[in-house]
Design a binder for this molecule. Structure first.
Ligand SMILES: Nc1ncnc2c1ncn2[C@@H]1O[C@H](COP(=O)(O)OP(=O)(O)O)[C@@H](O)[C@H]1O
Ligand SMILES: [Mg+2]
Length: 305
């Protein structure tokens, strides 16, 4: 089985309102998959259905080979879930919270203890293990919530906006945790509305109004949005007749700065020199442009009817 998640025709209606609209999606085992989209796109509703917390109106879900909701109990043992608004027991300590959730999964004794200590170390919470959860800073609570989601060593981690409202240094730390968990084999499905974070994902699905409007690796989505690889040329001369797909141009004194699209940068870039030469255009510099995912999403979202 190569897929961790297989969703087909997944639909959720609230009355007449369609929050998730015939979603088809497959997430490979071993990947970090980012589900992105503006507020209200349907990310949380999708995740709640994946975790068997909400029944779909239509469609089918398989998680690690288990049918959801029918085999939810089997699946849930292999899923770590961090909700958008998670709940910790504020009057239990950090250690006790972990212990409580560990017991829910049937862990006990030295196995549970070792697991908790290892996770607290991993999440840099060891020195706070006896502090009441209610007395933790926001960032520590967020880390503890991740620890709780990891207590049973899940092979699939589902994270709903784990970094919402978190400061940049903790966001970086979180992504370091995710990457190291992923390296050890954990599949991760994560939602975020921070576009820069999405660069960390192997693949991204962009949701809007309950539908998946684009899916692919960051590079593939960038290529999809602009029809190829974007380069920036600085030139002297008249570019009007150039056979290039030009996105935009601007002038700085007698230099023209041109953004153009190449089908395949590695094949076509070498030919650019000859091309410009043959049009008597002086090339000052050329470089590939790393388009931000933010620009990509604005473009792709703008294209949907
Ligand atoms: N229980 C519910 N009843 C009615 N509408 C809901 C319910 N849950 C979510 N919605 C609506 O469904 C849409 C998708 O919500 P949600 O899945 O939370 O989006 P996201 O997580 O992408 O921000 C929103 O318009 C939201 O208001
Ligand atoms: Mg949400």
């Amino acid at each position: 089985m190569e897929y961790a998640i297989e969703i087909s025709g997944l639909t959720k209606k609230f009355g007449d309102f369609i929050a998730v609209d015939h979603l088809d999606l497959k997430v490979y085992k071993g990947e970090i998959f980012g589900l992105l989209g503006p507020n209200g796109a349907g990310k949380t509703t999708t995740i709640r259905m994946l975790c068997g917390l909400m029944a779909p109106t239509e469609g089918s879900i398989k998680i690690l080979g288990y049918n959801i909701p029918e085999q939810r109990n089997e699946a849930i043992r292999k899923i770590g879930y961090m909700a958008q608004r998670f709940s910790l027991y504020e009057d239990l300590t950090v250690y006790e919270n972990m212990e409580f959730y560990g017991r829910l999964y049937g862990l006990k004794g030295s196995l549970l203890r070792e697991r908790i200590l290892k996770l607290l170390d991993f999440l840099e919470l060891s020195e706070f293990k006896d502090r009441l959860a209610g007395k933790l800073s926001g960032g520590m609570k967020q880390r503890l919530a991740l620890g709780v989601a990891l207590i049973h060593n899940p092979s699939l981690l589902i994270l709903d906006e784990p970094t919402a409202g978190v400061d940049p240094s903790l966001r970086r730390a979180f992504w370091n945790y995710f990457r190291s968990l992923n390296k050890e084999g954990t599949t991760i499905l994560v939602t975020t509305h921070y576009m820069d974070e999405a660069e960390n994902c192997d693949r991204i699905g962009l949701m809007s109004k309950g539908k998946l409007i684009a899916i692919g690796s960051p590079r593939e989505l960038k290529r999809k949005a602009f029809g190829g690889d974007v380069i920036e040329l600085k030139i002297k001369g008249d570019i009007d007749s150039l056979p290039l797909k030009i996105l935009e141009t601007r002038k700085e004194n007698d230099i023209t700065i041109v953004r153009a699209v190449l089908n395949d940068i590695s094949k076509e870039l070498p030919n650019i020199f000859n091309l410009l030469d043959s049009y008597n255009i002086k090339l000052i510099s050329v470089e590939p442009i790393n388009i931000s995912l933010e620009e990509v999403f604005i473009k792709l979202l703008g294209e949907i009817p």
